[in-house]
Design a protein around this ligand. Structure first.
Ligand code: ZN
Length: 407
């Protein structure tokens, strides 16, 4: 027998209507994405929403799932409680296993898995079961374990050998691949960190007994673990080689007064800027912006100064919504250069250049998205599939579109 579960909000509550409207709108966007080329869904939703790549991926995955399981998509869309995150969760749970298969194996096994998962989730919804993201993930896992247990075992074995180190801001994330390896590494680091902590405590006690006024605080265990790893790798200027693009402020013609800016880091104090400059092997200064704009090169490749000026103006990839830092981007001729397109006359200059990450540069080069500017690259107008238009304004520290002090 089916029993109606209590809803988190009273059915009459106005917030319920708002939440349902948001959820339905998410499904409407996914439905629209189905009308455009599959390869352009990711870039299009990034351009339309302009939020994060992670969000764009969720929509692209949801659209792919909607195409594979149309009846389930309609059922979930009508419910009002289901979001794009639910669709992405189902996609991710299945995709985790499909990536371990060859293309022909995935073509053969994929539809079998999709049919089983769609049937299980349809039963789940019709039985009025919980609709949390974890609940959806478990339904998919349970289905896969029963219809493709060999595949699940193969994935688990493959993941044990997959170690990855990734960076998010100041945090490095080490995926050890398996619980066993993670526990072993944690134990080894912990042992050394404990030694360090005991030594710091002994030092603090000695200082207490001599009544020293400036005793150093004892670090936490987490700080000691970090110290153990950094000591292994060497985080001193002697052992590390780092490229830092630092933009200093100019006030009344004097450079280096006030704050400074580092792409993807943000604004810094003049004290930190001085310190970074003092350890630099090489410091290059940009000429003033008018000189930069007037500079045209005969070469195809943008000269160093033009690249630095474009990176300072753009801050990040100029595709709408993309935040890949400019110093990790490629340098694109907005109007194609005659070096690559004999019919075109785009000069190699900051006014005709922009920073694009590899993916978005490739989409433009392939003609899937086109770009133009009317103000020397400060504003870029993009045209994409189905006539979608999106505009980006340069918002790096050197952008003329920025209000505020000259930098
Ligand atoms: Zn990009």
């Amino acid at each position: 027998m089916t029993t109606a579960l209590p809803l988190p909000l009273d059915a009459e509550h106005p917030a319920r209507d708002l939440v349902q409207a948001v959820n339905h709108a998410e499904f409407d966007l996914v439905t629209w994405l189905l009308t455009i080329d599959e390869d352009l869904r990711l870039s299009t939703v990034l351009a339309l929403r302009g939020r994060t790549r992670a969000e764009a991926y969720r929509y692209a995955h949801a659209a792919e799932l909607a195409a594979r399981m149309p009846e389930l998509f309609d059922l979930l869309g009508a419910d009002g409680r289901i979001t794009v995150d639910h669709l992405d969760t189902v996609w991710s749970q299945i995709n985790r296993h499909l990536t371990t298969l060859t293309r022909s194996e995935a073509r053969r096994l994929g539809p079998v898995i999709d049919t089983a998962v769609a049937a299980a989730l349809t039963d789940w919804m019709e039985a009025n079961c919980p609709v949390g993201l974890d609940a959806f993930a478990l339904v998919v896992q349970e289905t896969l374990a029963s219809v493709a247990s060999g595949l699940v075992a193969a994935t688990e074995l493959a993941e044990q050998d997959t170690q990855r180190l990734t960076k998010r801001g100041t945090k490095l994330v080490l995926d050890c691949g398996s619980e066993t390896t993670a526990t072993a590494v944690w134990g080894a680091v912990g042992e050394k960190a404990l030694e360090m902590l005991r030594e710091a405590r002994r030092g603090a006690e000695d200082q207490d007994s001599t009544d020293s006024a400036d005793s150093a605080p004892v670090p936490s265990m987490a700080q000691c673990r970090a110290r153990v790893l950094l000591d292994q790798l060497g985080d001193t200027p002697d052992t590390m080689r780092t490229v830092v693009n630092l933009y200093r402020t100019t006030v009344d013609g004097k450079t280096g007064v006030g704050g400074a800016f580092i792409p993807k880091v943000g604004y810094l104090s003049d004290v930190t800027a001085e310190m970074l400059e003092s350890v630099a092997d090489l410091v290059r200064c940009l000429p003033d912006w008018e000189t930069v704009l007037g500079d045209e090169s005969e070469a195809y490749r943008f000269p160093t100064m033009q690249r630095a000026a474009m990176e300072g103006r753009d801050g990040h990839c100029r595709f709408p919504g993309c935040d890949i830092p400019a110093d990790r981007c490629e340098h694109d001729h907005i109007v194609n250069s005659w070096h690559t397109s004999p019919d075109s006359d785009g000069p190699t200059s900051v006014a005709n250049g922009m920073c694009l990450c590899r993916l978005h540069h490739a989409l433009k080069t392939a003609g899937l998205w086109s770009a133009e500017t009317v103000d020397d690259g400060v504003t870029v107008i993009w045209t994409g599939p189905a006539g979608v238009i999106a505009v980006t304004e340069a918002d790096g520290p050197l952008s003329p579109a920025r209000a505020g002090p000259d930098i």
